[in-house]
Design a protein. Structure first.
Length: 375
């Protein structure tokens, strides 16, 4: 089996491809896998680190504004698209894949279009509730359109060949037990709140949580694990200004990055986070009640739609960033944490939405598509 993956630009496009590739390798160790992404993109570093061959092409997205600079940039984009198409065809002819799998991002466009023209079957995986531009453009040509969230279907052309697969979720996220996790982290029976704003951090989330974390340092009501991110190194000083004694508040675990997320997520009673596709899938698999604060600074405002997929199933609370204040967030946390029936309902509803065998489903689609194409 020879599989070419294309996708990139953000971890949300790269990590699903790597998770699928890992599952393929676990089932077929002799499978040959090639990942095509953007030269200079984060995939150029992450893919070789994961042990897969990487080929880069030069490509960029279109600007939607009609300013003189944007128009000039778009002319350059067209030129790069032409050369990216030629380079993609060359790579595909050399590698001779049985199938091309696109996971989104503008780099997937020229690669999958080239594969289609060369008679290679293509399939795409959409991680979000609102699909990206590249996947919407490729959908009509795809043998299968794999959806992580059923809500995305309404935004694609009607005649696509859809299959609900979910997002690939790391095995350790699924298997870690809550009681064991709390024991490992030294937590007691008080409510455990887990909050984070991504690896870089989100200033508005940090600022909005500072009051309730500082309060917990004094009254000990909640146990709180919070990651302030790479750009939030000022956050511990803010807590100290608000009177939090971080050295002696044993109920607080305040750090830059959560490197043991499976354990922390398993231990949590309530999660406060952005609404990225993988975060949503992990919350669903673990059945965690959540307060979601979607980032407004993402393509197509897709995090809002991701969050709404849970809100509409009565499985989460959403606070849009424009409405976020320390007072509002504190009020929502206190209301949820003090209502065990509501927490239980959110947990059950979130878990009903979960797909815990996404990698297996996607692997089956890959195998079936290859088999069909060879008939």
């Amino acid at each position: 089996m020879r599989i070419l993956f294309a996708g990139g630009g953000t971890a949300g496009h790269i990590n699903p491809a790597l998770a699928i590739a890992g599952y393929v390798r676990s089932r077929q160790p002799d499978a040959e896998i090639l990942y095509v992404g953007s030269k200079g993109g984060m995939e150029e570093r992450l893919v070789p680190q994961a042990g897969y061959e990487f080929r880069g092409i030069v490509v960029q997205g279109f600007k939607r504004k009609l300013t003189p600079k944007a128009i000039k940039d778009n002319i350059i984009t067209v030129k790069k698209a032409i050369s990216a198409s030629a380079e993609s065809k060359k790579i595909i002819k050399e590698f001779k894949p049985d199938i091309c799998v696109g996971t989104g991002g503008y780099v997937s466009g020229p690669v999958l279009r080239a594969a289609d023209k060369l008679g290679i079957p293509i399939i795409i995986h959409e991680q979000n509730a609102f699909p990206g531009v590249a996947n919407k453009m490729l959908a009509k040509r795809a043998a299968r359109v794999m959806l992580a969230m059923p809500a995305a279907k309404q935004h694609f052309p009607e005649n696509c060949n859809f299959v609900n697969t979910g997002n690939p979720v790391r095995g350790d996220i699924i298997t870690v037990d809550k009681e064991q996790a709390r024991k490992e982290l030294g937590l007691d029976s008080r409510p455990v709140i887990l909050s984070f704003g991504g690896s870089l951090g989100a200033r508005i989330i940090n600022e909005s949580l500072a009051d309730i974390i500082a309060r917990s340092a004094k009254d000990g009501k909640y146990q709180h694990i919070h990651a302030y991110g790479q750009y939030g190194k000022w956050f511990p000083d803010l807590l100290k200004e608000k009177g939090a004694d971080l050295e002696n508040a044993k109920n607080l675990d305040i750090r830059e990055y959560i490197n043991n997320m499976p354990t922390c997520l398993a231990a949590a009673d309530l999660v406060i986070a952005r609404a990225g596709a993988i975060t949503i899938s992990e919350i669903e698999v673990k059945g965690k009640p959540s307060i979601l604060i979607p980032s407004p600074n993402v393509a197509e405002n897709h995090q809002y739609h991701n969050a709404m997929s849970l809100v509409e199933k009565n499985a989460a609370v959403m606070i849009e960033e424009k409405d976020l204040t320390p007072e509002k967030l504190t009020e929502e946390i206190d209301k949820l944490a003090s209502d065990p029936d509501r927490l239980r309902e959110y947990s059950e509803n979130a878990q009903k939405m979960a797909v815990s065998d996404a990698s297996k489903r996607i692997y089956s689609v890959i195998v079936e598509t290859i088999a069909t194409s060879k008939k």
